[in-house]
Design a protein around this ligand. Structure first.
Ligand code: PMV
Length: 307
């Protein structure tokens, strides 16, 4: 039994989304996590092999602080299954700790496969709620955007603790995603933003408000198919993220390179300080922007479409 789940990008609104402002996220199907479950010998118990990290875990042994074990146990408990004899293999081509939601995707694929192996299809709301529990270990205080976009697999308008709304672009968006090759420590950046907010709440609330406003405007631009307008809003979003001190010299360089090569706008995506940048491009600019980002040292370049 096999199940997959996509990576994700945050188009606009990361960090401020933790403080109740809206954000827009979209799945990235060009990189996926896959979980495969096979029956094991009777009495063998349940083992989980995460091939990309080399982790070999036993469901009846490991720590509850291990997110994959936690989410697998929660899924089995929902199904009323106790210690099935299964071998679970996890693979992912989503770069880890890069703001592309690899943790949420692995957990999503795992839970989906567990339900399928038990002869059930899980609904996305239950799936998202289960994966949220594992996100708490990766992130500390997650807004819930990653588990929602990955579990539903569609572009979303997301506000913490509210029902998400699907977003429908007026025309397809083409995005180049470039990996800086530097880890993005989401828990750390989210923690640093919180420390700064506690020290200067009025200043940071104003930045969150401005970020929220770029998200409102970005949705309108997206829905009317105004690509240049959306590009300008990505740039504005990046400027505000820099004010929150979650960008880096390297990210900024990749963003400038993408813009100079013809992107309509570009920004970091996710927790920041490392990880990926996204650049909005017209289809004709895909090749030059990808080439410029590779020449500037991007570790990996992907192209995705949001429609
Ligand atoms: O998982 P990442 O690195 O894409 O970060 C998620 C986005 C944040 O807004 C920074 C955190 C959150 O929980 O929303």
């Amino acid at each position: 039994m096999t199940a997959t789940a996509p990576g994700k990008i945050i188009l606009v609104g990361e960090h401020a989304v933790v403080y109740g402002r809206p954000a827009i996220a979209a799945p990235v199907w060009q990189c996926v996590a896959t979980a495969t479950i096979r029956a094991a010998a009777p009495g063998a118990g349940c083992t989980l092999h995460a091939h990309d990290t080399g982790q070999q875990l036993r469901l009846d042994e490991g720590s509850v602080e291990e997110p994959l074990l936690l989410v697998a146990r929660l899924a089995l408990a929902q199904l009323g299954l106790d210690r099935p004899d299964w071998q679970i293999d996890l693979h992912s081509d989503i770069p880890m700790a890069s703001g592309l939601g690899s943790g949420a995707a692995l957990s999503t694929a795992l839970v989906r496969a567990i339900f399928r192996q038990a002869g059930r299809e899980i609904d996305p709301a239950t799936l998202s709620a289960l994966v949220y529990e594992s996100e708490r270990f990766y992130h500390g205080t997650p807004s819930g955007i990653d588990n929602t976009v990955v579990a539903y697999g569609q572009p979303i308008w997301f506000v913490k603790d509210a029902a998400f709304q699907p977003v429908h672009p007026g025309c397809a968006l083409t995005l180049v995603i470039a990996d800086s090759g530097v880890r993005s420590p989401t828990k750390e950046t989210v923690g640093d933003v919180r420390t700064a907010w506690l020290q200067a709440p009025a200043r940071d609330e104003a930045i969150f408000d401005a970020l929220g406003e770029t998200v409102v405007q970005a949705r309108l631009a997206m829905e009317r198919g105004d690509l240049p307008g959306l590009g300008t809003l990505l740039d504005a979003n990046q400027g505000l993220l820099e004010e929150l001190a979650v960008s880096s010299v390297l990210l900024r360089r990749l963003i400038d390179v993408a813009r100079a090569a013809g992107a309509l706008g570009a920004k970091l995506s996710g927790g920041g300080r490392g990880g990926n940048v996204i650049a909005l491009v017209e289809p004709a600019a895909v090749d030059p922007v990808c080439a410029a980002l590779r020449a500037a040292g991007a570790a990996r370049v992907l192209v995705t479409r949001i429609e």
